[in-house]
Design a protein around this ligand. Structure first.
Ligand code: AMP
Length: 174
């Protein structure tokens, strides 16, 4: 087991009462730990013939971009409503604190592309489930889903059955 977990900072009560926010900036500022995280992701997905990484605004971009460089694949952003300049597909979903709409460019990947979804954290799985539905409607094949942190008590994995899910840090969140 890696020792990345000790680099994550808990911020209780952010962004609202009852949430313990997992602050990854304390890991990112440590060059060795950041590199180790990206290397561990790369080890999981090298040889999986990933065409494109889809990473989710905003913290997903940090790992998605580094991993895309390492794997030599493309990257496309999944962003909050109204941020992408070209034609988009959209999906609205529930998350641990509130509701949100995400968008992706209609031409983010080719039909049949091998897609790897990257985000910083798996909580309830609502965000990723929405992204999966979007990607599959667009004809993408999901070859993996990667998170830095998984909040295991929230059982987000139950929403992702049948997909290869990798998380580097398991946190019970209680
Ligand atoms: P979910 O859809 O419930 O799996 O929520 C995952 C998304 O919400 C990720 O993009 C996270 O960045 C964010 N998120 C949810 N809960 C937390 C938390 N406790 N700490 C930090 N980020 C969170």
């Amino acid at each position: 087991m890696n020792d990345l977990k000790s680099s994550i900072r808990d911020i209780p009560g952010f962004p609202k009462e009852g949430i313990i926010f997992k602050d990854i900036t304390t890991l990112l500022r440590d060059g060795k730990k950041f590199r180790e995280s990206v290397d561990l992701f790369a080890r999981e997905f090298e040889g999986k013939k990933v065409d494109v990484i889809l990473s989710i605004e905003a913290r997903g971009f940090l790992f998605g971009a580094a991993l895309a460089y390492k794997l030599g694949c493309g990257i496309a952003p999944i962003r909050k409503k109204g941020k992408l300049p070209s034609k988009t597909h959209a999906v609205t979903y529930d998350l641990e604190y509130g509701k949100d709409t995400l968008e992706i460019h209609q031409d983010a990947f080719e039909k049949g592309a091998r897609v790897l979804i990257v985000d910083d954290l798996l909580a309830t799985g609502g965000t990723t489930r929405a992204v999966i539905d979007l990607v599959e409607k667009m004809g993408g094949k999901i070859v993996g889903i990667a998170y830095l942190i998984e909040l295991t008590a929230l059982k987000g994995r139950d929403k992702l059955k049948g997909y290869p899910v990798v998380s580097l840090i398991k946190d019970e969140y209680c």
